[in-house]
Design a protein around this ligand. Sequence first.
Ligand code: NAI
Ligand code: A1CAB
Length: 260
Amino acid sequence: MNRVGIVGIGNMGGAIAHGLINNKEEIIVSDGSAEKLSEYKSFSNVQIAKDNIDLVEKSKIIILAVKPNLYKTVIDEIKNEFSEDKILISIAPGFTIEKLENLLPNRKIAMIMPNTPALVYESMSAICPNTLLTEGEIEEVKKIFNLIGKVAILEEEYFPAFSGTCGCLPAYVYMFIEAAADGAVLNGMKRFDAYEFIAQSVLGSAKMVLETKKHPGELKDMVTSPGGTTIEGLKVLEEKGFRGSIIDAINATVEKSKNM
Ligand SMILES: NC(=O)C1=CN([C@@H]2O[C@H](COP(=O)(O)OP(=O)(O)OC[C@H]3O[C@@H](n4cnc5c(N)ncnc54)[C@H](O)[C@@H]3O)[C@@H](O)[C@H]2O)C=CC1
Ligand SMILES: O=C(O)[C@@H]1CCC=N1
């Protein structure tokens, strides 16, 4: 039996799949699209399931990586094959443990919110298991998601905020990189050089937060010389409501995930 099955190998399921494949994990995948599945034929450690039911029969941990509007349909389709020893992993915002348990009663279920940097082993995932998972099973799930990045065990009440800040955040960071590159292009820099230089600067800035453990405000102050160039830019960002826009954007995603 395969340890991990992934139903839906689109943006998120595909990122998890590639992270696991490159870590030599044996996986099984299914998808409604034959074209998507054909991309996985060349990997020796990937089995392609005949359909979702076949995948569930052949795996222990099943990651449901279809769009949230298909969750109910797919769970209904696989529920008869879903024996007590298997673990369903939901990665959709808005699917609380209660909702999932109503769809799949008396089964082991874990809510997980990963993000697409899984593809480069830099995902940030939160895990919230239901009460039926043993400590050993929680560790097993944690180990799998550790293959594609960092993992935190998180109480369910924090999931909407986590989903807004971590699940969605890469999109906001890419928008920031794109906009910064536009600023560089406006000043004559070649666009592809700009992406490279800015992405490395974002990576380095994030590493500073993680590794120095200094307050982000202190790190900001270390860049901002009196009467220098940075403070001119900071003033513009404050005037244009940069902080408020980010707070409102995160809040909007949290509200949406609470009301899906
Ligand atoms: N994209 C992201 O950054 C993140 C997505 N998620 C969650 O991951 C889930 C998937 O999202 P994406 O990967 O972005 O969507 P996507 O649309 O890129 O991928 C969904 C995949 O499911 C396949 N599919 C559709 N119907 C199917 C069925 N009946 N059986 C098997 N496969 C089927 C599609 O062909 C597609 O390849 C969603 O619930 C989303 O909320 C969670 C965290 C981050
Ligand atoms: O927008 C979405 O539905 C997914 C959930 C978290 C990130 N992307």
